[in-house]
Structure formats: C-alpha cells, structure tokens
Design a protein around this ligand. Sequence first.
Ligand code: 13P
Length: 264
Amino acid sequence: MRLPMIAGNWKMNTTVSEAVELVSQVRKGLSGAYDVEVVVCPPFVSLVPVKEALKGTSIKLGAQNIYFEEKGAYTGEISPVMLVSLCEHVIIGHSERRQYFGDSNDVVNKKMGAALEAGLKPILCVGEKLEENEAGKTNDIVTGQLRSALAGLDCSGELVVAYEPIWAIGTGRAAHGKQVNDTIRIIRSTLAELYGQQMADEARVLYGGSVTADNIAEFMEQSEIDGALVGGASLKADQFTNIIRQTEEIFFPNNPPTKDLIPW
Ligand code: 13P
C-alpha cells in the first residue's frame, strides 16, 4: 500500500514571519500520530526558518523550484545541491513555471535529472490546458509531459507525480474524482512501461487543482489517487490540517491515529 501524501504548495505567498506562523499552526493542528506524509513547500526565503519551526515533527519540507546547474553565473537561481541539506522534496514542472517562466519539457527534464542526482525527491507536475481537455487530448498531453520529463533518467527511486489540470488550478473548479482516477491510471501505466510494474505500483500520484476540505474526500476515495498537492487551501492551517485528517480517515478507516508510525 502506498503512503498517502498531502503537500502544500504555498506559491509566492507568506512573508518569513507569516510562514513561521502558518507552519506553527499546522504543527499544532496535527499533534498526534498520522499515517499521512505531510509536506510543506514555502518560498525559498522561508525554508530555513520553517525547517526550524518543524523540528521534532515529521512534517517534511519541499522547495517549489530549482535550477538544473550545480553552481555558477546564474544570477537569482538556486541549485539542487544548495537545497539538499535543507529539504527533502522539490516541485518540478508546475504549470505556473511552464507558463510564466518558460520551463519547457526540456528544461523540466534537466531539472528532474539534477534533482534526482542531488538526492532531492521530485514532485513532478503534469496537466493539460482547458482547450486540450475539451479536445479530448488529456491523456496524450499528460503522458507526453511525463515521458519527456523522465527521458533518459533512472527513476527507480522514489517518484511522486502530481496530476494538476491547469483549468482546475486556482479556479475553484476542481476536476471530478472519477475523471482524475482514470487519468492517473494512464499515468501509472506509462510509468510501468518506462520503469516496470513494481515502480509504477510504488510511485505516488497526487491530484492538484482547487482541493479544499470540502472536496478532498471525493479524490481520496478513488483507488489511484494517493494524495493531493494543495495550493490556496494550504495557506489556511485549519483547512490544510482538515484535509490531512480526512485523508487519513479515508485511507485507514479502522486505524485510529494511535500508532507511533509518525512521531510528532
Ligand atoms: P490550488 O489548490 O490553489 O488550485 O493550486 C493547486 C496547485 O497549483 C498546487 O500546486
């Protein structure tokens, strides 16, 4: 069974002090033991103070982006080797990076390679535009993005993919659970083609796009969806912790959160 993951992508939100306050509230809201892997991805400038604020918990830290070179004259960029001692995960290929910052499939592939080489665990985002969805091209777009992001890479380790239909991001118009489940089944079969069935069975595939405490259950009840990449709702501690608690209840209905699998 795959361990569910709920990751919060804070995007370009929170000052340093707001970030520390937010994560302290999340920490409080989650006291107890949970069988859900929780990741928060604050802006770069807040990684260090948030890491401090999370000491003694199992909440993991992720970055929202990286550059693919190790070091050098790349003003303003952050390399994987700079991040690896700070955080475990990194979001790569988010549609906002693809749309506003020119992260082409080729760039995403280079970033994936650099992250894996440095020992960061990528959360690879794929997803189609509204017009592609309406033209019935979702599977082609998503599998194309996946294949090019992973081209030439040994991905036998831990991989997390986030399926985020672009039209569902920040719009309040979430996809339907069943639709997402079908797309994720295709994602998993592409992973099986590339890396074998065992890797595909172990890789976690999340849904992202207007996830809230009100609709999380619809997604977590689907067999192929292993968690969520949450944007707006991860900026509200009560919403985010509620999403995590519901996820745990759905995945482990008979297990009250008394086990000590994840000590906080
Ligand atoms: P929202 O949850 O705000 O729609 O954002 C989703 C997302 O882009 C997470 O990476």
